[in-house]
Design a protein around this ligand. Sequence first.
Ligand code: FAQ
Length: 333
Amino acid sequence: MGEGLLDEVAQAEAEMIAAAATAVERHDDSQAYFDAVIAADQKVEPRDWMPDDYRKGLIRQIAQHAHSEIIGMQPEGNWITRAPSLKRKAILMAKVQDEAGHGLYLYAAAETLGVTREELVDALISGRQKYSSIFNYPTLSWADVGAIGWLVDGAAIVNQVPLCRCSYGPYARAMIRICKEESFHQRQGYEILHTLSHGTEAQHRMAQESVDRWWYPSLAMFGPPDTESTHSAASMAWKIKRHSNDELRQRFVDMCVPQAEVLGLTLPDPDLRWNAERGQHDFTQPDFGELMRVVKGDGPCNAQRMDHRRRAHADGAWVRDAAAAYAAKREKQ
Ligand code: FAQ
């Protein structure tokens, strides 16, 4: 973690402790209780008082996370009809359905903070809220389903396991189940790549070409470098985030290197090497300029992903209308 960020976290923590002391003096129980809960590593629950910025920060992160799961169904959904066997098709369908489920748990967790499902969906459809950059890249070959499982779900796990200890109870609990399912997703991707890599020469080439395309976008999933991360200091002081973007990116690289060896695939970074002094790998950072361009809407598939989502939402209007009419009828009975 960058030293600047460490200082900011330390300062934010010191301010929080000072604010708690003042609150206790003033008998302002709400703030003092909140600070005590965070300091003691306990969970904040929906009924508890919480600072406005904590609530807003959580809604932002959980909503973006939910949107990512929902938009994230599209790249792999693209291969369901073309999976190479019935078994692969069944597994892929189950995985994409899990992603829908994750989106729903996360929307439900965000709703406990006082925002409605309609507001959240509208924020995605209108483009006011974003989703993970990674889902704006195309899936060009069957090997991409393997690379998404291995690298994208792998990155998601590294990022999300610490979120199981997040200070907000409903988010932390949703993450426990999501992480269990992500771990199955990661293994299925790894197994696809392993099969391809140990198959024919053409299959091996397809697997390698796919890893070459997905490596840097996967590294970018962890967000901007610590020095440019706007939310990390507050999120870490509130124990929403437990590790910085750079720490998690490093952890992911260190995890992937031995796995790539077993796969018989190369990670596309000539400067990737073990640094015995640091006890970690040195590696080339992703292009953060590209990350920001993709987040702002200028990635290869942003327009396609949003068009598809808007169309699916419009196509589902009759289901929402029918459900609302049925609920109104039941209420009258
Ligand atoms: N893409 O200050 P920070 C999955 C934005 S789920 C887009 O560092 P923060 C499962 C960031 O929002 C993948 N935007 O922000 C799956 C902020 O913008 P804002 C999603 C990004 O929140 C697998 C600005 O940059 N996972 O993959 C990205 O402290 C396969 C400044 O950044 C989660 O959402 C990015 N990559 O840290 C599904 C996990 N990076 O809001 C289907 C929960 C940064 O001010 C198939 N989220 N930004 O407009 C998090 O852990 C954090 O929100 C981070 C960003 C780490 C993503």
